[in-house]
Design a binder for this molecule. Structure first.
Ligand SMILES: Nc1ncnc2c1ncn2[C@@H]1O[C@H](COP(=O)(O)OP(=O)(O)OP(=O)(O)O)[C@@H](O)[C@H]1O
Ligand SMILES: [Mg+2]
Length: 158
């Protein structure tokens, strides 16, 4: 595998984060795995929900009190699997959550992907959020593997 293409984008406010998530959602396809990294409160869940909302047919993303995984069925495309693995104790525990089905058939959004260790597919889009100077500022670094490189080539950087 060649090294991923990495670049950063400034996100001045939450709307910018959600717009980027929706944009990437439009470029995603069955089997994609997206890792969402970054500190507590950096915006991983915000990003995931905007991504899911952009792909769902009904608009609003229901707000479940989920712990580790929530699955959103789409009428028109692959299901969206939203994992929050902060509390995952061992990588192997993720099999019970359905990671094999998610990786094969769905589009997977994974908060705290480092918890999966070697079970995290190498071929994934890395999204790392960092806090900025002001309260609403974030900076995101994207690490695009080969399959994603052409799909992120047109994104505005900086
Ligand atoms: N530019 C921005 N992008 C994303 N979220 C922002 C931005 N500016 C402010 N916020 C706020 O920051 C918070 C991010 O919380 P969120 O739950 O998405 O973080 P998280 O990375 O999932 O945290 P955790 O590690 O606890 O799961 C939200 O309250 C959101 O409204
Ligand atoms: Mg979160």
């Amino acid at each position: 595998m060649t090294a991923p293409t990495t670049f950063a984008i400034d996100l001045p406010d939450e709307a910018a984060t959600c717009a980027l998530a929706a944009d990437l959602a439009g470029r995603a396809r069955r089997g994609d795995v997206i890792g969402l990294s970054g500190a507590l409160g950096s915006g991983k869940t915000t990003f995931a929900r905007a991504f899911i909302g952009a792909r769902l047919d009904a608009g609003e993303v229901p707000s479940p009190t989920f712990t580790l995984v929530e699955i959103y069925q789409s009428l028109t495309g692959p299901a969206l699997w939203h994992f929050d693995l902060y509390r995952l104790e061992r990588p192997e525990d993720a099999y019970e959550l359905g990671i094999e089905d998610a990786f094969a058939e769905g589009i997977s959004l994974i908060e705290w992907p480092e918890r999966l260790g070697a079970l995290m597919p190498r071929e994934h889009l890395g999204v790392t959020l960092a806090l900025g100077q002001r309260a609403t500022e974030r900076r995101v670094e994207l690490a695009a593997p080969e399959s994603w490189a052409p799909r992120v080539a047109g994104l505005k950087r900086g």
